[in-house]
Design a binder for this molecule. Structure first.
Ligand code: FES
Length: 159
């Protein structure tokens, strides 16, 4: 995904929070759910779209320990464990990533290539179980698909 496409994705993702009072944290939370952290250029999009000063966003991001301003790994694997994905076997997909990468959810591989996080609903429940890697969505993922997803990103790295 290009940077422009990623920024556009962020713009779309936060539309639903725009009109709700006090929803800045939810919007930032959603961005971190997609990227594993809140990239600064995406924080700027939030500022523009929600009419909030960048300084206020920086304040929020640094006040809550939960938010990360730097990428914890090059490729962020978000495995959904929201209700629909959980029912369709999301937990076994999480286990498969944990086994193949030898890390637990919330951890990064020692080479800092992969970071795995669990998210609650990526907004495409019809594709459950869903995995997103750096903005690319994989639907109806089974544990057997996990090695090829990891390989795809490793090959990208080797190019
Ligand atoms: S519950 Fe996984 S995408 Fe909605």
């Amino acid at each position: 995904m290009t940077d422009e496409a990623a920024l556009e994705q962020t713009r779309k993702a936060i539309q639903k929070w725009k009109k709700k009072r006090g929803s800045l944290i939810m919007a930032l939370h959603e961005i971190q759910g997609i990227y594993g952290y809140v990239p600064w250029d995406h924080a700027k999009v939030v500022a523009e779209e929600m009419g909030v000063a960048l300084a206020r966003i920086y304040e929020v991001l640094t006040f809550y320990n939960f938010f990360k301003l730097e990428s914890p790994g090059k490729y962020i694997i978000s495995v959904c464990d929201g209700t629909a994905c959980h029912i369709k076997g999301g937990a076994s997909v999480i286990d498969a990533f944990a086994k193949h990468l030898n890390i637990n959810p919330g951890e990064t591989t020692p080479d800092r290539l992969f970071h795995m996080q669990i998210v609650r609903c990526l907004g495409c429940c019809g594709l459950a179980p869903v995995v997103v890697v750096n903005g690319k969505t994989y639907g109806k993922v089974s544990p057997a698909d996990v090695p090829s997803i990891i390989d795809e990103w490793k090959k990208k790295e080797a190019l």
